[in-house]
Design a protein around this ligand. Structure first.
Ligand SMILES: [Zn+2]
Length: 159
């Protein structure tokens, strides 16, 4: 079953296998989020108050597209998504590590990092699947709904 426990094990494996040099100085949480068309995953560090921002070791949260719970979605799509977010972590984005670039996607740094860490195959397969299958999949599972016309509420103003 693909639940948050499964995701956590997956992150653990990926970290141990492909990111063993990346230290973990904070708690890292991974979970399925909302179903989305565009966003495969995201990484953030929570800060509820300005004071939280001062804590470099505050919690990191990796969120994975809720549609990826579906077993029809190949595992390599999720592997590549987790690896992508881990590259951001390694580069010091949404993590306690020193920030290596000014922009998280500067000059294809994530793709380069993924390839260097052994995800060339997953990257290719993911790209192909997103191109060949994802649009049809979305049409079936998350069709665009025409926006409902809303009646404007009549407002009577008393002057
Ligand atoms: Zn990214």
């Amino acid at each position: 079953m693909r639940d948050n426990t499964w995701l956590f094990q997956k992150l653990d494996e990926i970290w141990d296998e492909n990111f063993p040099d990346i230290p973990q100085h904070n708690d890292v949480i991974i979970k399925f989020g909302r179903k989305a068309r565009q966003r495969l995953g995201s990484i953030k560090q929570e800060a509820k108050t300005a004071r939280d921002l001062l804590n470099k070791n505050r919690k990191t949260i990796i969120t994975i597209n809720g549609l990826f719970r579906d077993l029809v979605v190949p595992e390599y799509v999720i592997t590549a998504t987790i690896a992508h977010e881990m590259c951001h972590y390694a580069h010091g984005f949404s993590s306690p590590l020193d920030q290596k670039f000014s922009n998280p996607h500067q000059g294809g740094v994530v793709t380069k990092e993924m390839k260097a860490r052994g995800f060339t195959k997953e990257l290719q397969l993911q790209k192909k699947w997103l191109k060949d299958v994802w649009p049809k999949y979305l049409e079936e599972k998350m069709p665009y709904k025409p926006r409902q016309r809303r009646r404007r509420k009549m407002v009577i103003k008393w002057i």
